[in-house]
Design a protein around this ligand. Structure first.
Ligand code: PMP
Length: 353
């Protein structure tokens, strides 16, 4: 008889989340950067790695990295926490502030990991709905917060998978309504016209999370961070495992911040491509949603989403199939790639439609 116990009954399995990693020549399904990081960064990392005392544990507080991130955003290092991807930042926040008897509020469709991590940490989820056009309806948000009194309120700006960024008034209003922390997930923040990062101050409950996975061309690194009041960072430090961030990640992340120009060039290129892709989609038989991110949500008007997804894959173009997700019937999400990749996607889509 197996001694393997049943998995925890309350464990959310996040079925809708995992993106199938199938083979395709053009991969536009996980919102990564289409370009590698700059060569100068690779060389700088290699040089510094030669100096690491690998027999020793890394700096437990990741201080040099946090100082560099803090300088980049104009906050104090004590207001920065770094972890293995912004997913781990979200998990650490909920380990510190979630748990039994507490709740998080979110508005779907949004990034599925917000709900998943809440479930993993035994935190109740109060899930509201976005409006029919998939934008956040602030009246609904205010009522849901008043009713649920959540410990943590999740906003996602730009929202994955719908693409819309919030404006400053919306974020400021939510921070006045929410009784606890307001976490603004800005994984795609650099592609948006505005960031909430400048609103993080000591006496508010605002936390802004960011990642190196998209704009910094470093999804393979697994590094994310948050800007938060000092007390929140201290709580996250308590909830983190000792030495959770290895020496390599600390060095690579710090050195990336010496290549801001290269990152900004990549963001500008992707924003330009985004405009071109959206314009081209408007000539095809699909509905699209406006995007402030590096991806676009679209829905074929006369074909099922699943059929179109398969048709694209048959032409070796992989996009994200959201067509069976709640509130997103027949929707697909395409990451903006290089001009060549985007042309391949548009040509394949035209053929399939
Ligand atoms: N937040 C959002 C909204 C995302 O879309 C993603 C990536 N899919 C993440 C956070 C996590 O990014 P990472 O863990 O790679 O930093």
């Amino acid at each position: 008889m197996s001694r393997v116990p049943a998995i925890r009954a309350d464990l959310g399995l996040g079925e809708g989340y995992h993106s199938p990693q199938v083979e395709a020549a053009v991969r536009l399904n996980t919102n990564e950067s289409p370009l590698p990081p700059p060569d100068a960064w690779v060389r700088a990392v290699q040089d510094e790695l030669a100096l690491v005392p690998w027999n020793r544990y890394p700096d437990r507080s990741a201080w040099a990295l946090r100082k560099a991130v803090a300088a980049f955003h104009g906050v104090a290092p004590e207001q920065v926490w770094c972890a293995n991807g912004s997913n781990e930042i979200l998990q650490t926040l909920l380990l510190a502030y979630g748990g039994p008897g507490r709740s998080v509020a979110l508005w779907e469709p949004t990034y599925a990991l917000h709900r998943h991590i809440a479930e993993l940490t035994g935190t109740a989820v109060v899930a509201g709905r976005r409006a029919a056009d998939l934008r956040l309806d602030l009246d609904v948000v205010r009522d849901d917060i008043a009713h649920a009194q959540p410990t943590v309120t999740f906003l996602c700006s730009p929202n994955n998978p719908t693409g819309e960024a919030l404006d400053p008034t919306a974020v400021e209003q939510v921070t006045t309504w929410a009784p606890g922390l307001v976490v603004v997930d800005e994984a795609y923040g650099q592609f948006a016209p505005w960031s909430a990062a400048g609103l993080v101050v000591e006496d508010s409950g605002l936390v802004v999370t960011r990642t190196y996975s998209k704009t910094w061309s470093l999804a393979g690194l697994r590094l994310g961070y948050c800007l938060a009041p000092t007390a929140v960072v201290a709580a996250m430090e308590r909830a983190s495992l000792p030495y959770h961030l290895d020496a390599f990640t600390q060095i690579a992340g710090r050195l990336a911040l010496e290549h801001v120009d290269a990152m900004e060039q990549r963001v500008a290129m992707i924003k330009e491509e985004r405009g071109r892709v959206i314009a081209a989609l408007s000539d095809l038989d699909v509905d699209t949603w406006p995007s402030d991110a590096n991806f676009v949500l679209f829905r074929p008007r006369r074909r099922s989403g699943a059929e179109v997804w398969q048709g694209l894959l048959d032409r070796s173009v992989l996009v994200r199939n959201c067509s069976s997700w709640e509130h997103l019937a027949d929707c697909l999400r395409v990451t903006i790639g290089t001009a060549t990749e985007d042309d391949a996607f548009l040509a394949a889509l035209q053929e399939v439609l």
